[in-house]
Design a protein around this ligand. Structure first.
Ligand SMILES: Nc1nc2c(ncn2[C@@H]2O[C@H](COP(=O)(O)OP(=O)(O)OP(=O)(O)O)[C@@H](O)[C@H]2O)c(=O)[nH]1
Length: 523
């Protein structure tokens, strides 16, 4: 059972109860039983589950509820709050400071995902304006430095290591000294995860720690070990006193719930969770957004942060949208932006309600469809790209040329054009709206964008919470969401249409291999 399934099961238990006609104590007990069974299957400690059960019962106190009280809301809130408590470590982690060297040392067993996570974290800080780098202090495993080098090169992060040295503490201090001199702000040191004997591994960790005196030591834990996470973290704590934990591989296993709750029970801050093998698959851990996402209520804060961190180039499209225009080039740029955001299923999980709605959607299919749309655009010349698409209606031969050049089919070109037409129609409306808004704002003496964003987030969250248990809620307004993320004026096109479009694209139409045959461009 994967973590998402755990969320779905809990959600279903609450929904069944709140939808049922006779919301009596027996049904309420049944719901608690189902939630507890799901948590136990996810390897959450039996004592913690017991506490959760008692707390939900005590909070709702079914017997003494006055008849007028909104039972559904009360039950939903109690379940939500108790799940948050279950994964809340109640501890604040170290926060790196700008303008100084923050040395972060990683420890953890082999295969836990240390090297991958080091690079993910360096990249995370890099995109947030910290000058970041990596040091490989694993001199035990041949190939460790190569792996870090490869990851770092891909993420464009400077790195340091040695292919010949056998002294990890020396390599670590040399690397840290070099990068401190070069005024790096985040210096991440990766250490070995294996040794002939466990004692050697722990000795090495303390030697490195003494040599570099890190500002923070982070332990990396593999979520698939479930509640054993507690024992493993204790063993490390006794030796290399770490300040925070990153739990990796929460994407594949429900036992991530077990690992997270086990660590939270020890009051150790969980700073991030790894949610996949991709560089972007690192999420800041925060109990409330985590539970919200688990239950299909989305994580708006995370989504906005994620999109902002990508620094997507929206300038031209925004300008066009404000003018009520949406060209084929705009469509291609937006497709490319969406591709940068990471797997679609993950993006959808952050949007209240959408993750569950798209449960069956295949990331590979979705991204292949988008790639083929980009191939179509790349086979157009500048005149075509900057057009509103009418040029293809007037001269249909252009479609055949583009299909041939991109290794797709005429039908796919037509579909892209009709999508662009839909977007252009929306842009026209939005352009008018945005002009009116600007006028209104001007009359009101302007508006505070931060306040607007906060209000929007609040609205989204309330929509998401309403969604649990099927009471009210429903899908939020994707157009507004994208506008908010894009910042002010226009914004990205409507995500729901994008998803719909991908679902409909590429079905049949014959022709077109998986790779473009050639993408020659004509003037
Ligand atoms: N699905 C998934 N896989 C992950 C995640 N993090 C790391 N991995 C994979 O886990 C495997 C081990 O990761 P490494 O980074 O090599 O682990 P390590 O702890 O550095 O291993 P040693 O160098 O042997 O100590 C790799 O295949 C990674 O791609 C994650 O969050 N989700």
């Amino acid at each position: 059972m994967v973590l998402q399934d755990l969320g779905r099961r809990i959600n279903a238990a609450v929904s069944d109860l709140t939808r049922s006609q006779n919301l009596d104590e027996k049904a309420f007990d049944g719901m608690i039983k189902e939630i507890c069974a799901a948590l136990l299957e996810a390897d959450v400690n039996v004592k913690l589950v017991g506490t959760l059960r008692k707390s939900i019962k005590a909070t709702v106190n079914f017997k003494d509820l006055p008849p007028a009280v909104n039972k559904k809301r009360l039950i939903q809130k109690a379940v939500f709050d108790e799940l948050v408590k279950l994964v809340d470590p109640h501890a604040e982690p170290f926060k790196p400071k700008k303008g100084k060297a923050n040395v972060i040392m990683f420890v953890g067993l082999q295969g836990s995902g240390k090297t991958t996570t080091c690079t993910k974290l360096a990249r995370h800080y890099q995109t947030r304006g910290f000058k970041s780098c990596l040091v490989c202090a694993d001199t035990f495993r041949a190939g460790a430095f190569d792996q870090l080098k490869q990851n770092a090169t891909k993420a464009k992060i400077p790195y340091f290591g040695s292919l010949t040295s056998t002294d990890p503490a020396q390599v670590a201090s040399e690397g840290v000294a070099k990068f401190k001199k070069e005024r790096f702000e985040i210096i991440i040191v990766d250490t070995s995860g294996r040794h002939r004997q466990e004692k050697d591994l722990f000795d090495e960790m303390t030697q490195i720690q003494r040599a570099i005196t890190p500002d923070q030591t982070i332990m990396v834990l593999d979520a698939t070990i479930g509640q054993q996470a507690e024992a493993q973290s204790k063993a490390f704590k006794d030796t290399a006193d770490y300040g925070a934990i990153i739990i990796t591989k929460t994407d594949g296993h429900a036992s991530g719930g077990g690992a997270i709750s086990a660590v939270a029970a020890t009051h150790t801050p969980i700073v991030f969770i790894g949610t996949g093998e991709h560089m972007l698959d690192l999420e800041r851990f925060s109990p409330q957004p985590f539970v919200s996402k688990l239950l299909g209520m989305g994580d708006m804060q995370g989504l906005v942060e994620h999109v902002q961190a990508l620094k997507l180039d929206q300038k031209d499209t925004m300008k066009h949208l404000a003018e009520g225009v949406f060209t084929i080039r705009d469509l291609r740029d937006q497709l490319q932006n969406i591709m940068k955001m990471g797997p679609l299923s993950k993006m959808a999980g952050m949007i209240p309600g959408l993750g569950q709605m798209m449960g069956g959607m295949d990331d590979e299919d979705g991204s292949m469809k988008m790639k083929r749309m980009i191939y179509v655009c790349d086979s157009m010349n500048n005149k075509e790209l900057d057009s509103d698409g009418k040029i293809f209606v007037e001269q249909p031969a252009r479609m055949t040329r583009v299909a041939r050049g991109s290794g797709t089919s005429v039908r796919e070109v037509e579909e892209l054009l009709s999508q662009q037409k839909v977007m252009a129609g929306m842009a026209k409306k939005m352009g008018g709206m945005s002009k009116n808004m600007q006028k209104a704002q001007g009359q009101m003496g302007g508006g505070n964008r931060q306040q607007q964003m906060a209000a929007m987030q609040k609205r989204m969250q309330s929509l998401g919470q309403g969604g649990m248990g099927g009471g009210g809620g429903g899908m939020p307004d994707m157009g507004s969401l994208m506008k908010m993320m894009g910042g002010g004026g226009g914004g990205m096109p409507d995500m729901a249409s994008m998803m719909k479009m991908m679902g409909g694209m590429g079905g049949g139409g014959g022709g077109g291999g998986s790779a473009p045959a050639g993408r020659g461009r004509r003037a």
